[in-house]
Design a protein around this ligand. Structure first.
Ligand SMILES: *[C@@H]1O[C@H](CO)[C@@H](O)[C@H](O)[C@H]1NC(C)=O
Ligand SMILES: *[C@@H]1O[C@H](CO)[C@@H](O)[C@H](O)[C@H]1NC(C)=O
Ligand SMILES: *[C@@H]1O[C@H](CO)[C@@H](O)[C@H](O)[C@H]1NC(C)=O
Ligand SMILES: *[C@@H]1O[C@H](CO)[C@@H](O)[C@H](O)[C@H]1NC(C)=O
Ligand SMILES: *[C@@H]1O[C@H](CO)[C@@H](O)[C@H](O)[C@H]1NC(C)=O
Ligand SMILES: *[C@@H]1O[C@H](CO)[C@@H](O)[C@H](O)[C@H]1NC(C)=O
Length: 371
């Protein structure tokens, strides 16, 4: 064997091992924000129908069955029932009752609690594979599910049904603050909070590098301090962070196309006066407003990023410029995003008019070589 081949072999085996180890850690991961993060494994198997409309079903009513709805989505389902989709002719009913499967046009399956073997599939149905995780943390279906899914539902903007973690909206009225006072109250520099440490993006290593140049307090199990981690006091922590710190390091576990989680969107949704620093992805500027956040990927080294942050953080004028810009925006909450994605699924199903579409051999292929 040539040395280069050997090198590849060793590299390959190490890679496989790494994937295996990461897989293990991801499956033991716990949730972060109790009401939003999709890591929760519990699925809701109870059989109450979410609608009292079964009798009114006609040829313009489409049924979507969510086969294994995670319990944390229940309130979003209720919200969807109360706030129908407008602007198109079909009505969609969302059911979680397995016996509705025969009359369903679309069936959604959550990746983390997928049954070992698929139920019977009506050939005219569209099956939708749902994951909000990136490729490294998604539980991929076994081969029994090959050629079963036509669509995917994911945080990606180009998913068949897109369901991002947040969606930036421009506020009718900007938030107003005494920016001078906000700036003066901030006695600390950077804060990072994380629940899991060994992740593909190597965010902890990056933070360690940054710490050589700037002060960053680390909270959560990767750091020294605790602040309401995995408890409802989380938002209280974020409020306190926004009062005391200038920058919030919102570092994802993996740098993947469109992968930005509630970590960053929370800062827009909850009226928080702190500037996010993200670790990618390169597309972040396409859905987060320019001049409101800083992307570490725009800098060639932690040192260069630290220098820039120091420059912004030490100037009231520069810093509050970011804050003022950020205060023009908010983010939709989970229920609204859920509703939007269900309405988009409903619309797409309606447009199919029962036409058959081609199933994907393997859903993992939609991620191609990207993570
Ligand atoms: C479908 O709906 C149209 C208009 O509401 C109605 O005229 C028609 O009879 C319905 N067809 C069936 C099979 O229910
Ligand atoms: C498949 O779905 C169609 C339309 O919803 C329905 O008419 C048909 O009876 C279903 N077939 C089976 C085998 O359930
Ligand atoms: C902002 O707060 C400071 C005190 O920190 C105060 O002196 C100043 O008058 C306030 N400015 C406005 C516009 O309220
Ligand atoms: C937030 O700050 C206030 C005032 O300093 C403090 O009393 C409270 O305990 C803090 N909350 C959390 C969750 O740390
Ligand atoms: C945002 O928070 C600030 C102070 O933290 C408050 O004065 C303001 O009213 C809030 N705005 C909204 C829209 O909640
Ligand atoms: C989400 O936003 C909608 C519309 O503003 C609101 O009616 C709903 O109560 C919010 N839901 C939650 C859980 O905050």
């Amino acid at each position: 064997m040539k040395p280069t081949n050997l090198a590849f072999l060793v590299f390959g085996i190490t890679g496989l091992l790494l994937v295996f180890i990461l897989g293990y850690f991801s499956s033991s991961e716990k949730i972060y924000f109790t009401d939003v993060h999709p890591h929760i494994k519990n699925s809701d198997t109870q059989t109450t129908s979410f609608n009292g409309e079964s009798n009114s079903i006609n040829n313009k009513t489409l049924v979507i069955l969510w086969y294994n709805l995670p319990f944390y989505l229940k309130s979003s389902v209720t919200y969807f029932q109360a706030n129908k989709c407008n602007n198109f002719r079909s009505t969609c009913i969302l059911s979680t009752v397995h016996s509705d499967i025969l009359r369903s046009s679309g069936v959604i399956f959550t990746h983390s609690t997928l049954p070992r073997t698929p139920p019977m599939k009506n050939t005219s149905q569209v099956w939708i594979f749902n994951t909000l995780e990136n490729k490294a943390f998604t539980h991929w279906p076994n081969t029994a599910w090959d050629y079963k899914f036509e669509w995917t539902m994911s945080y990606r903007r180009n998913a068949d049904v897109s369901r991002p973690y947040g969606k930036i909206i421009r506020l009718d009225k900007s938030i107003h603050r005494n920016y001078s006072e906000v700036f003066r109250q901030k006695t600390k520099f950077g804060v990072w909070m994380s629940g899991h440490c060994p992740v593909p993006s190597r965010r902890k290593e990056y933070i360690e590098q940054l710490k050589k140049y700037i002060d960053i307090d680390t909270f959560g199990s990767c750091g020294k301090k605790k602040c309401g981690v995995r408890t409802p006091a989380m938002n209280e922590c974020l409020k306190n962070f926004s009062r005391d710190y200038k920058f919030y390091f919102s570092f994802e576990n993996n740098i993947c196309r469109d992968y930005s989680t509630e970590k960053v969107f929370n800062l827009y949704q909850y009226n928080l006066s702190i500037i996010p620093v993200v670790n990618g992805p390169p597309q972040a500027g396409e859905y987060l407003p320019k001049g409101t956040f800083i992307n570490a990927l725009d800098f060639t080294s932690p040192e260069k990023l630290a220098k820039k942050l120091k420059e912004i953080g030490s100037s009231e004028k520069l810093y509050t410029q970011y804050l003022r810009e950020k205060d023009k925006y908010g983010s939709l909450n989970n229920s609204e995003i859920f509703r939007e994605s269900m309405c988009s699924a409903c619309k797409k199903l309606d447009q199919l008019k029962g036409k058959n579409i081609i199933a994907k051999p393997k859903v993992i292929d939609v991620f191609k070589n990207e993570c």
